[in-house]
Design a protein around this ligand. Structure first.
Ligand code: NAP
Ligand code: ZN
Length: 349
């Protein structure tokens, strides 16, 4: 075991406080990573505040991890000390079921082990990336291409793959009209990726406040959903809608924006149910779907795609003592567009 400085919440809704945690002794297939940056995902806030049901405390959040390999186990052949790497939302899976074998570990039959607020197959609680060091099985380590800064790459490990995966699955590309609901951490990645995939991209934000930046990121159109007439005028417009909203949403209003046979894919995870009128789906043969992060091979594909197209997250780098304030700002949608913690600022508690 080795000790490392981390930020932990002791109970639901508690502030993130500096602490010292233990990382397991290196197993043969393990990679030790010197964490440089950790992104703040809205899922961190949902879990620290127990908005998804009972959580495990103390909690060290963080599943957008970027750093440098500092040690490898005796069985590791694909990574070396000094490699630039990342870790996303998963740290283990059975490796044997149909889903693991096809690189969709997030749908593992046995249940993938989440990077934090989970239990490893050894029964130990998992602790995430708001920390100076992580130890992770090499199967769940990603390579960060040289062209990508570690700070702007960190958010790709969740926000990037969570939007890349449904955009690819539902065929975003030339000739396709794609809309993104919510221009936050996930949304601003969806806009960039859909644009580089060749789709015609629209942002559906509550106001026009982020229009200029939306255009810079690749949006062809930008609409304010607070304007009922605007939404009405967009009926039957899109082949694919990615919903990244973290709060309740009137789903019927957005389903109505799909062209016949179009799909609205939810990646946002508010705690309340959505209400959907069957006729709005049936009449035009529309699909209402969901998507959970993405598998490890596709995460590597996404990182390579982002490097090739010069895509990174738009970030605001913060220190450890600013995390609580950053959480409030994310909930207030006062983030442009991802907070990233400089983990060197975490003092051992
Ligand atoms: P975020 O940065 O807070 O972005 C969410 C965006 O939703 C905001 O920027 C805002 O966009 C919009 N929004 C917020 N409150 C709203 C409201 N009351 N009504 C309408 N729109 C509202 O959050 P994020 O990190 O991108 O995460 C978004 C959601 O995805 C969270 O629920 C998170 O847990 C979930 N998530 C899911 C997965 C997955 O695998 N499916 C992975 C990661 C995250 P505008 O200001 O532009 O309106
Ligand atoms: Zn996330």
């Amino acid at each position: 075991m080795t000790s490392t400085a981390a930020l932990a919440a002791d109970s639901a809704g508690a502030p993130l406080k500096p602490t010292t945690i233990e990382r397991r002794a290196l197993r043969d297939e393990d990679v030790r990573i010197d964490v440089k940056f950790a992104g703040i995902c809205h899922s961190d806030i949902h879990q620290v505040r127990e908005e998804w049901g009972t959580a495990i405390f103390p909690m060290v959040p963080g599943h957008e991890i970027a750093g440098v390999v500092s040690e490898v186990g005796s069985g590791v052949t694909s990574y070396q000390v000094g490699d630039r790497v990342g870790v996303g939302c998963m740290v283990d899976s059975c490796g044997e079921c149909d889903f693991c074998r096809s690189g969709e570990e997030q749908y593992c039959d046995k249940g993938a082990v989440m990077t934090y607020n989970g239990l490893g197959y050894d029964g130990e609680p998992t602790l995430g990336g708001y920390s100076q060091e992580v130890v992770v099985s090499d199967r769940f380590v990603l390579r960060i291409p040289d062209g990508l800064g570690l700070d702007v790459a960190a958010p790709l490990l969740c926000a990037g793959i969570t939007t890349y995966s449904p955009l690819k699955r539902w065929g975003a590309g030339p000739g396709k009209k794609v809309a993104v609901i919510g221009m936050g951490g996930l949304g601003h990645m969806a806009v960039q990726i859909a644009d580089k995939l060749g789709a015609e991209v629209s942002v559906l934000s509550r106001t026009m406040a982020k229009q200029e930046q939306g255009a810079e990121l690749g949006a062809d159109h930008y609409y304010a959903t607070s304007d009922a007439d605007t939404l009405k005028s967009l009926r039957n417009s899109f082949d694919l809608i990615i919903n990244t909203v973290s709060a309740d949403l009137e789903m019927d209003r957005y389903v109505a924006l799909l062209r016949p046979l179009g799909a609205l894919v939810n990646v946002g995870l508010p705690s309340n149910p959505y209400q959907v009128t069957p006729g709005g789906l049936v009449g035009e043969g529309r699909t209402l779907a969901g998507s959970n992060i993405g598998g490890i091979p596709q995460t590597q594909e996404m990182l390579d795609f982002c490097a090739e197209h010069g895509i990174g997250a738009v970030i605001e780098t913060i220190s450890a003592d600013q995390v609580d304030e950053a959480y409030d700002r994310v909930v207030d949608s006062d983030v442009r567009y991802r907070f990233v913690i400089d983990t060197a600022t975490i003092a051992a508690g």
